[in-house]
Design a protein around this ligand. Structure first.
Ligand code: MF3
Ligand code: CO
Length: 250
């Protein structure tokens, strides 16, 4: 595993890429409402990214056909936007969007409520976000990578939710997916040592039911096997000697 340590000038560009991406996510959050199609979210996100001087990094990535991954309810990640998929009151919708700015990638995901949702769904969204913060408490130089994984898993455990194992977080830089892989479930080893200048996408994907997922026939959309709801929360962070810097946050 070769984890790239970014230079100060690279970090500046990643930081800018992430700052702009956070604006895109904020605007998309405000755009979410019952009655819109997932395709409209994609069109809106694509144009926001380009307006800010970026390029959508998901578009054509391994053949993915859109700029924003839009995953509704039991869809975990990588949902393909469609003009026929209309958001309804009570749905939850995960938006995963990244961009390239001056050669540097950024990656962020959020799950939003569509109108009023059940308290159970809201708790899933909240706990998923909180598990990210529990994880990154460990994300400082001198600690090890899987300290993050273990802290996420430990936070989720009392809720009995399923932690997705088939997809993981990753390094971010001149490529969308760099080393290392960052699991969200408990590890026996501590993994590589964290060093200042590492830029990582930490992204718990949490199911209300079991951890198992499957792929739809489109070969992209990941859904929970038991049909339960799923939430996602992702930020690109910078490892420092102290608190990590959350780069994709307004
Ligand atoms: N953010 C996603 C991830 O880290 C990347 C999606 S790429 C796409 O897995 F092609 F699916 F859009
Ligand atoms: Co990611």
């Amino acid at each position: 595993m070769a984890i790239i340590i970014k230079t100060e000038s690279q970090i500046k560009l990643i930081r800018e890429s992430c700052r702009l991406l956070a604006i895109v996510h904020k605007e998309l959050e405000e755009f979410i409402r019952p009655g819109i199609s997932t395709r409209e979210i994609d069109i809106k996100g694509d144009s926001l990214i380009r307006k800010l001087g970026g390029i959508p990094n998901f578009l054509h990535y391994n053949g993915y056909p859109a700029s924003i991954c839009v995953s509704v309810n039991d869809e975990v990640v990588h949902g393909i936007p469609s003009k026929r998929r209309i958001l309804e009151e009570g749905d939850i919708v995960s938006l995963d969007a990244g961009m390239i700015y001056k050669g540097y990638h950024s990656d962020e995901a959020r799950t939003h409520a569509v109108g009023r949702i059940s308290p159970e769904a809201q708790q899933l969204i909240d706990v998923t976000r909180e598990s990210f913060f529990a994880g990154i408490k460990m994300a400082k130089a001198g600690n090890h990578l899987y300290d993050i994984s273990n802290a996420v898993a430990e936070y989720i455990r009392p809720y009995g939710y399923g932690i997705v194992r088939d997809l993981v977080g990753h390094g971010v830089g001149t490529k969308l997916h760099e080393d290392p892989q960052i699991p969200n479930y408990a590890q026996f080893k501590r993994g590589p040592r964290l060093r200042p200048g590492m830029t990582l996408a930490v992204e718990p994907m949490i199911n209300m039911g079991g951890a198992e997922v499957e792929w739809l026939d489109d070969n992209w959309t990941v859904v929970t096997e038991d049909g339960s709801l799923s939430a996602h929360y992702e930020n690109t962070i910078l490892i420092t000697d102290g608190e990590p810097e959350i780069l994709t946050r307004c």
